[in-house]
Design a binder for this molecule. Structure first.
Ligand code: FES
Length: 119
């Protein structure tokens, strides 16, 4: 399927996310400066929509119980030994955001946060 257009950059709030659907999967888009990141939107704790949480830098706080995730890696901020939320390749062309959910940028089987990617 490849990259699909999902939004305009300006549609994505800067302190929250934007939920879009690709092939029936809810994907949260998160904008930090010129960067846009995409990861599955349901919180793995109890399914709350992460796009409705508060975004502070690269950290999204779940709106339900406040768990925090790095939108670049999908990992919890303080839990280097958990499994990440699936994240996907994003590209922005002329202000249009495209996501390819067939191109994961992390591994759901990877059980450690990359130490070199700490904020
Ligand atoms: S549902 Fe997200 S922290 Fe509980």
């Amino acid at each position: 399927m490849g990259f699909v257009e999902v939004a305009r950059v300006e549609d994505i709030p800067t302190h929250r996310g934007l939920c879009v659907k690709i092939r029936g999967i809810d994907i949260g888009l998160f904008r930090v400066g010129d960067e846009v990141h995409a990861m599955e939107n349901p919180c793995p704790h109890a399914g709350a929509p992460l796009s409705e949480g508060d975004l502070d830098g690269f950290t999204i706080y779940c709106p339900q119980h406040g768990w925090d995730y790095d939108v670049r890696t999908g990992f919890r901020i303080e839990d280097a030994d958990g499994f990440p939320i699936p994240c996907f390749a994003v590209r922005v062309q002329d202000g249009t955001v495209e996501v390819d959910i067939d191109q994961p940028t992390n591994s759901h089987h990877e059980k450690s946060r990359p130490r070199t990617h700490d904020p």
